[in-house]
Ligand binder design. Structure first.
Ligand SMILES: *Cc1c(COP(=O)(O)O)cnc(C)c1O
Length: 371
């Protein structure tokens, strides 16, 4: 195996799930889209179910198919909108699409009828995300229509928040408005005589900041992978999630550098003194943001911190381990996570979110599952 790998700490993931189950007392749907945020979908899906999650969620039909092919049998919600040509696979792999409109519902119903199956679907209501979903006003009519189709089962009703992870006053108020619209639509659906099924709304921000958004089931993603974007973890009853991914490599080469000599492309860094440079085979093609170069990021070697220096290359980056360092070649290095700061801090350093960091750890980095 190559030196660089992503260690995936399964028990931390399971603990994060159990913490959400304990906090909310609701069913948990584990989002495992985008290869489980870069952690590896079948493995994380299996761990999620072991820890007590009842549902899985993906974005793509192909992601759902991968889980079924891996032998997973739990309900799989299909969060994104598919094309009509993907409907046969939705049925073949028993996926549960979120439906935003009548036309697609009718196409699903026709195909399910032809296949002689009853397909579960969830109604998606847009309460202010401005993305997928029907309007709250259209929800009762669409729900009645779906419930009246014998080949579809209205198994759930959902919405999605735009700013639930923000503690800002305006943002909290906006989430409150979204909740009010959702509750109004649910009441109108029940009044029209339809059972909305499993009601769910809360993403990670909803779980940590908005208990009134928990309904029957919660869908936290990033929290389960170990990141709290609300800054409220540890306050009151909100648990502190544990980062699941650690990017680990090894020193493959050690070289001396004289004061004034430069490191890497563009010659952006010059040794301020005679020093020793360790070469780490981890670059932007592995998903380490190139923008991290020159930002003073510190990796961890034997529990001590050392700065990355110079620009990050496609396949390598360099660490200044200092003139007197007694560090052997082939030594282990935590690039992020483990003894080094996590993907959350790294994301902040380059102006993005931890989702993007873990999702972008590329396919050429082996995932190693550790208990
Ligand atoms: C990705 C996703 C989630 C999970 O969001 P987090 O911010 O990771 O908690 C929940 N619901 C929907 C519809 C999603 O697309």
């Amino acid at each position: 195996m190559r030196a660089l790998r992503a260690l995936i700490h399964l028990e931390k993931f399971r603990r994060n799930i159990r913490a959400v189950l304990t906090l909310t007392g609701r069913q948990v749907c584990a989002p495992v889209k985008a290869g489980a945020y870069g952690h590896g979908a079948p493995e994380m899906a299996r761990a999620a179910l072991e820890a007590g999650a009842s549902h899985l969620a993906v974005a793509l039909v192909s992601e759902g198919a991968e889980l079924r092919d891996a032998g997973l049998d739990a309900p799989i919600l299909l969060l994104s909108q598919s094309l009509p040509c993907e409907i046969p696979d939705i049925i073949r792999y028993r996926l549960c699409p979120l439906v935003s409109d009548r036309d697609f519902a009718l196409e699903l119903a026709r195909a399910a009828e032809t296949a002689s199956v009853r397909l579960p679907v969830h109604l998606k209501i847009d309460t202010g995300m401005g993305r997928l979903g029907c309007s709250p006003e259209d929800a009762p009519g669409l729900a009645v229509r779906i419930a009246g189709l014998s080949s579809l089962e209205l198994a759930g009703t959902a919405t999605h928040f735009a700013v639930s992870d923000s503690t800002g006053e305006k943002d909290r108020a906006y989430t409150g408005e979204q909740l009010a619209r959702f509750s109004g639509a649910l009441a109108a659906m029940r009044e029209a005589g339809v059972d909305p099924g499993i009601v769910h709304a809360a993403n990670s921000g909803g779980v940590t900041l908005h208990p009134e958004s928990w309904f029957d089931m919660v869908r936290p993603g990033i929290f389960l992978y170990g990141y709290d974007l609300t800054g409220t973890a540890g306050e009151g009853s909100v648990p502190v999630p544990e980062p699941v991914m650690e990017l680990r490599s090894r020193i493959v080469f050690i070289r001396k550098l004289e004061k004034g000599e430069s490191v890497s492309y563009g010659r952006t860094w010059f040794a301020p003194r005679d020093t020793v440079i360790a070469v780490i085979p981890a670059g932007y093609a592995d998903g380490i943001p190139r923008l991290l170069g020159g930002k003073g990021w510190e990796v961890s070697i034997r529990g001590r911190s050392y700065p990355l220096v110079g620009q990050i290359c496609m396949d390598q980056c360099m660490v200044d381990v200092g003139p007197g360092a007694d560090i052997p070649r082939w030594e282990e290095v935590s690039v992020f996570g483990g003894d080094a700061p996590g993907a959350g801090e790294l994301a902040a350093r380059v102006g993005t979110i931890p989702y993007e960091i873990t999702c972008h750890i590329s396919g050429r980095v082996p995932r190693v599952y550790v208990e």
